[in-house]
Design a protein around this ligand. Structure first.
Ligand code: PXP
Length: 238
């Protein structure tokens, strides 16, 4: 069975925001992605709304019900937006001011644990599935299960930045073990961050992961090959 592909279209909006224009519209991008191989659409609503904004989220959830996977922090304003627009699923991620991109999985401080638990409860009441973006660490996986998450998204950033084959092999092994544990605990497993047309196959081959969330590699490939080709090529690899 092929893995599902979630295409992150944040950087379509990044391009729009570069000129404070109304195009390219993420809604158009979502339609193209969904008709050329994406199983669902991923967007990250950031506090500074530097790419996707609340209006985009509203439109995407309206036009593509059941197909929007929202990434956001545990900030109350993000919870409010998620409960208002009701994406199919929400992935809780850490967010640091000024970061270029998400730097890793959630750091489970007592305050973060409390907010995650609250958000899981509130989102579940609206029938929204909850994913936690975490490092492939056994303790974090056990905590995600204990908190009642539906999904864990294993962070592949370290793997994608490995500087040697030996390091990549070791990080793949960590991802494989994390996947086994998460599935044993009844969690669905996603993977993402830094995946591209070259490094995605080894992760797909691990088995047990149901969805890959990929953005930057697809949107940048689209500049040269076109969005339909960029999406269908990635889907073809899965
Ligand atoms: N998954 C999560 C949780 C992310 O934060 C991101 C980046 O927004 C991605 C996947 C996609 O990463 P990339 O753009 O490197 O493919």
């Amino acid at each position: 069975m092929s893995l599902k592909l979630g295409v992150n279209i944040d950087h379509i909006a990044t391009l729009r925001q570069a000129r404070r224009e109304v195009f390219p519209d993420p809604v158009d991008a979502a339609a193209v992605c969904l008709s050329t191989g994406a199983d669902y659409i991923v967007v990250h609503l950031r506090k500074d709304a530097r790419h996707i904004n609340e209006k985009d989220l509203a439109h995407l959830c309206k036009y593509f019900p059941g197909k929007i996977h929202l990434e956001c922090s545990v900030a109350p304003q993000m919870e409010k937006a998620a409960l208002k627009y009701k994406p199919y699923s929400v992935c809780l991620v850490p967010e640091e001011p000024g970061e270029v991109t998400t730097t890793g999985g959630l750091k489970f401080t007592p305050a973060v644990i409390k907010r995650v638990a609250q958000m899981i409860e509130h989102l579940h009441k609206k029938h929204i599935l909850v994913s936690l973006f975490i490092s492939p660490e056994p303790a974090d996986i056990r905590l995600a299960a204990k908190l009642g998450a539906d999904i864990v998204e294993l962070c592949t950033r370290d793997y994608s930045e490995a500087t040697s084959a030996a390091e990549a092999r070791k990080l793949l092994q960590d991802l494989a073990l994390a996947t086994l544990l998460a599935k044993e605990l009844g969690l669905e497993v996603h993977a993402g961050h830094g995946l591209d047309y070259h490094n995605v196959l080894a992760v797909a081959d691990l088995g047990g992961i149901s969805c890959m969330n990929i953005g930057f590699a697809i949107v940048t490939r689209a500049l040269f090959a076109g969005l339909p080709t960029a999406v269908s090529e990635m889907k073809g690899l899965l």
